[in-house]
Design a protein. Structure first.
Length: 204
């Protein structure tokens, strides 16, 4: 991975990164995907953190991308503890399982800590993220909006002890949920057409 360079995303990268995200998630969780649309909309949202939108370059081309947004833990008394959340994390299909994603995670977490962010949350593969220091969110008393704390919901302290005594409901950016089908289809139509497939393991 010595030939891998990680740098901030530039405005000129956005279309290529959207296409890469589309390729990375196509037919993975559902027929087609929504992640490229979510990323496109997230960039326009106040919760988006531009300095943590990073691309990985290799051999002169972009092979990966990670995005972060502002989030919060809403305590029982209504007060909020600010933290950040990452996603989507995208790696070009032919470079997946080669260490690109891990490099983006490690680099961005280190940068986020240097920038002073206290903690980060993620909802993802529970067997993958613990290698980066993530723990099940239930360890910190953090739940989702339904009051549950499933294995995919994880958190990491970027500053030692940041989550001590913090418990409540993770509030993610609304940008992740504002996904009207017509708008997704219209955005997707600006890319080369692809067939959608129903595959085992999708969350239909």
């Amino acid at each position: 991975m010595n030939d891998l360079t990680i740098r901030p995303e530039r405005p000129a990268d956005e279309r290529s990164v959207d296409a890469l995200t589309r390729d990375a998630f196509w037919d993975v969780f559902r027929p087609g995907c929504v992640e490229h649309y979510i990323l496109h909309q997230l960039r326009k949202h106040p919760d988006f953190i531009p300095e943590l939108s990073l691309v990985a370059e290799q051999n002169g081309g972009i092979v990966g991308h990670i995005a972060y947004s502002r989030a919060a833990i809403v305590r029982a008394n209504g007060t909020e503890f600010p933290l950040i959340l990452f996603g989507p994390l995208s790696v070009r299909p032919d470079r997946q399982k080669s260490g690109v994603g891990a490099a983006l995670i490690r680099h961005s977490l280190a940068l986020a800590g240097e920038l002073g962010y206290p903690a980060v949350a993620v909802c993802g593969w529970p067997d993958y993220y613990p290698r980066f220091g993530f723990q099940r969110a239930r360890v910190f008393g953090i739940t989702d909006a339904e009051g549950q704390s499933p294995d995919p919901l994880m958190a990491l302290e970027l500053q030692p002890g940041a989550l001590a005594g913090v418990s409540g409901v993770l509030r993610e950016s609304e940008a992740y949920f504002d996904t009207p089908p017509a708008a997704i289809d219209a955005f997707d139509a600006t890319f080369p057409p692809r067939d959608k497939h129903v595959l085992p393991g999708q969350f239909l």
